[in-house]
Write a protein that binds this ligand. Structure first.
Ligand code: HEC
Length: 203
């Protein structure tokens, strides 16, 4: 009798852990792990001769792969996410410029396929600063992007972002800061950040 109740407890506990694990880990893993690029249907006209979604070439920018590593090493993901949540889960789509190209009436939530080209997706887990999924649309000027890294408070007086001065060297005469290789690659990467490639239309 006693054992019976103990077995029930164990069975109940196992179920309580197994069910969320199946639905929150296993199902998304299985449905998301074998995704492939989707071709655009005939008639859907996409800029730049792109034939499938996602296509990295569309947004490739200089040394952005090395920049991705710098982004990871510098810990940018501690303060910045790269995922535009669906509207049922948050207000991301109401924030100006977060969803991508607003001028063509085109902006969207992030889809699982958007990460297909990335070996490790820097999703981030908290937002001290804004989401950077589409920062390549919001900041298009190279010098401004650099200034954001070495002197954030010159752009936003109350910025909580630290200055990444170790990515810059002083010019021999001390007059200005010169970006090192890491800073250039990081800026390439940031300028390339656009997660708004048009989705293939259905039917
Ligand atoms: C301690 C938290 C923190 C860290 C670490 C951090 N940032 Fe930020 N970042 C912020 C905050 C807060 C803002 C918003 C205020 C501002 O614009 O400066 C911001 C803004 C930005 C912006 C401007 C976004 C926009 O939409 O205008 C960019 C680009 C950026 N960060 C890139 C980076 C990169 C790249 C790194 C890593 C090298 C990094 N940040 C590390 C907090 C952080």
């Amino acid at each position: 009798m006693k054992f019976d109740r103990f077995a029930k407890l164990i069975a109940g506990l196992s179920l309580a852990f197994a069910l969320p694990w199946i639905f929150l880990v296993m199902v998304p893993f299985i449905t998301g792990s074998n995704l492939e690029a989707l071709p655009y249907p005939e008639g859907q006209d996409i800029d730049g001769g792109v034939t499938a979604y996602p296509d990295k070439a569309l947004y490739q920018y200089g040394s952005s792969d090395y920049g991705r590593q710098v982004y990871a090493a510098e810990g940018c993901a501690y303060c910045h996410t790269q995922v535009i949540r669906p509207t049922y889960a948050g207000a991301d789509m109401w924030r100006k410029g977060w969803g991508g190209r607003e001028e063509d009436g085109f902006a969207r939530e992030t889809q699982a396929r958007d990460y297909l080209q990335e070996e490790i997706a820097p999703l981030g887990y908290q937002r001290i600063g804004p989401d950077l999924s589409n920062v390549g649309h919001r900041i298009t000027d190279r010098d401004l992007m650099h200034r954001h890294l070495f002197d954030p408070t010159s752009i936003d007086r109350d910025s909580g972002m630290p200055a990444f001065l170790h990515l810059y060297d002083e010019a021999p005469d001390g007059s200005k800061l010169v970006p090192n290789k890491k800073a250039e690659a990081l800026v390439d990467y940031l300028l390339s950040l656009k997660k708004d490639q048009p989705l293939p239309s259905k039917g």
